[in-house]
Design a protein around this ligand. Structure first.
Ligand code: PMP
Length: 353
């Protein structure tokens, strides 16, 4: 066999050379307020379905395109099941959507700061990205997003990591004027007050994306979905491929969407109550948290990385965001049961400078 001079990396796709593995600090911590999942537990019917899973759920393949789950989502969202596409988490739905509507070299427009996976997904698919800074009032710069003439324009509302809902006026401007497909990421919309699910089903170029990882407490099962015109969701399904939602995830998610809505609603109510109380307490400490429409708050602070490190040593994990555009250094803190928020306040009081 002749020795080849190329290294394994020489064969790697060129666009991947600048990409590192996604590695936020996930070291286990006594209280984890770093990833905006549901800190109140698992919806009860979903849990009983998981515990009682029959063997064929494990030995046989799942449905190709999760039709049972699509029907449950359609009912929950008030749209036809033909307007729904599912995926392995909404990350998968976002990835498949971006791939479905972009040729290599196409442009994806997003805001900054916003969901950090979007520029990464674009890069992974060989695309270029335009990142438009949020305005000082944290609304999107709708005109600049439209001016990018992107194949896909992404808007996250409520926005991660700032937590605020984007104004309907700005989103409608993007929808009315964007050159290509518009993605509205509603991962946190159960904690806010606005939605584009119904609008998306009736338009020819908009997909509203949601997840069962946040309000529904099923992050470990990886279930996300989008609602849009029938022809669009078919394109996303082509790009996504078959068998992306496991049978066990489909069964539990279907149960949660049909039988656990009261549980989910009560937990969302607790989050909203604790969010207001937590923000009041922070303001009482002389800090300046941003208002939030999500299940987390953003707290601009000096030296976020060091503050997060000190809080972690006290058993509370939060997500540091160094040097964010518009807000500067900040901590993102998930909202959970009040005893967790009390621990966060104590750890923060000792760590913040
Ligand atoms: N969109 C936003 C705005 C998010 O914050 C997240 C989770 N970090 C996701 C999508 C992806 O969630 P999942 O893949 O768990 O559905």
């Amino acid at each position: 066999m002749t020795e080849r001079s190329a290294t394994p990396l020489d064969r790697a796709r060129a666009a991947y050379r600048g990409i590192s593995l996604y590695q936020p600090d996930r070291t286990p911590c006594r209280i984890d307020l770093s990833d905006n999942t549901n800190l109140f537990g698992v919806p009860p019917t979903a849990l009983s379905i998981l515990r009682a899973a029959p063997e064929n759920v494990i030995t046989r393949y799942p449905l190709l395109y999760a039709d049972r789950l699509k029907a449950a989502i359609g009912f929950y969202a008030g749209v036809n099941e033909d307007n729904v596409v599912t995926g392995c988490g909404s990350d998968d739905v976002l990835d498949s959507t971006i791939r479905a509507f972009c040729d290599p070299g196409s442009l994806v427009a997003t805001s900054t700061p916003s969901f950090a996976m979007i520029p990464l997904l674009a890069q992974m698919n060989g695309l270029d990205v335009v990142e438009v800074p949020l305005r000082n009032d944290l609304d999107i710069d709708a005109e600049a997003l439209v001016a990018a003439h992107a194949a896909v324009t992404y808007v996250c509302t409520p926005n991660n990591p700032t937590g605020n809902a984007i104004s309907r006026e700005s989103i409608d401007y993007v929808i009315d004027n964007a050159a290509g497909i518009v993605i509205i990421d509603e991962a946190y919309s159960e904690f806010g007050w606005d939605s584009w699910l119904l609008d998306a089903a009736g338009l020819s170029h908009v997909l509203a994306v949601r997840t069962l990882s946040k309000a529904f407490g099923l992050a470990g099962l990886r279930v996300g979905y989008a609602v849009g015109a029938r022809e669009l969701v078919t394109e996303v399904e082509k790009s996504r491929g078959p068998y992306k939602v496991s049978s066990i995830a489909e069964d539990a998610a279907t149960a949660a969407l049909t039988s656990d809505l009261e549980w989910v609603g009560e937990r969302v109510g607790e989050v909203i109550e604790n969010r207001a109380r937590f923000i009041d307490e922070l303001r009482g400490m002389g800090l300046k948290p941003l208002d939030s429409d999500a299940n987390f708050i953003l707290l601009p602070t000096k030296d976020a990385a060091e503050t997060a490190r000190q809080m972690r040593m006290k058993g509370v994990a939060v997500r540091p965001f160094p040097a964010l555009p518009v807000t500067g250094d900040a901590l993102r803190i998930s909202i959970g049961p009040w005893h967790m928020m009390e621990d966060a306040l104590a750890a923060l009081g000792e760590s913040v400078r």
